[in-house]
Design a protein around this ligand. Structure first.
Ligand code: 5RP
Length: 221
């Protein structure tokens, strides 16, 4: 199966986790696009969506799915999103599509995070994929210095501003053996909007697209 076919498979499988009558949290990326297309077939059975990016909102609206304002929602049963890497505990690197901050906001509203990914995303240790960090522009050089001091190689993602109008730093060369600790540490640096380690808001379940079909990995809280 091609990678696109695996994405379509898990996008479809994720609809089984949608709670009828509820608001669905929707992530961002090519795998989530497959989920949005599958969600459209059951749009009359949901109360709407809360979206993590302008791109996903556009796609949802194009299917006639109502996109609700984040401030109008307190809790949602599920958030469905992709990942750039996921480890065997459900910790993830996200933000390859520059939507990490809103992704974390919506994930934080959800009872369960359902990660959808093809099998290439499953890793033993996070960090081969460059870690995205959304920052306030005037703090970028200061944050890059701190990242170099911890052994990373940071670069500003060229020509990209997030939906929040902020730049992204991508950090290569980090072997993330303590995702919870590193997320906490980077989060408290002045000027960091969010770091693309999802350890506090880790996956509850990962639907992994494999050559043999969808494999379900469940991660205890
Ligand atoms: C966007 C993300 C995406 O979930 C991540 O980049 C995976 O995307 P794709 O499904 O296209 O591989 O974090 O910010």
């Amino acid at each position: 199966m091609t990678q696109d076919e695996l994405k379509a498979l898990v996008g479809q499988a994720a609809t089984a986790y949608v709670v009828p009558g509820s608001v669905v949290g929707v992530g961002t990326g090519s795998t989530v696009n497959c989920f949005i297309d599958a969600l459209a077939t059951m749009k009359d059975r949901i109360a709407g969506a809360i979206s993590s990016s302008e791109k996903s909102s556009e796609r949802l609206r194009a299917h006639g799915i109502t996109v609700l304002d984040g401030n109008s929602i307190e809790r949602i049963p599920v958030y469905i999103d992709g990942a750039d890497e996921i480890d065997h505990q459900g910790h993830m690197i996200k933000g390859g599509g520059a939507a990490l901050t809103r992704e974390k906001i919506v994930a934080d509203m959800a009872e369960r995070f359902i990660c959808i990914a093809d099998e290439s995303k499953l890793v033993a240790t996070l960090g081969a994929f460059p870690l995205p960090i959304e920052v306030i522009a005037m703090a970028a050089a200061q944050i890059e210095r701190r990242l170099r001091a911890m052994g990373g190689q940071p670069t500003l993602r060229p020509g990209v501003l997030t939906d929040n109008g902020c730049p992204i730093i991508d950090v290569r060369g980090l072997r993330i053996t303590d995702p919870v600790g590193l997320e906490r540490e980077i989060n408290q640096w002045p000027g960091v909007v969010s770091v693309g380690i999802f350890a506090r808001n880790k996956a509850s379940v990962c639907l992994l697209g494999t050559a043999g079909g969808v494999k379900t990995l469940a991660f205890p809280a």
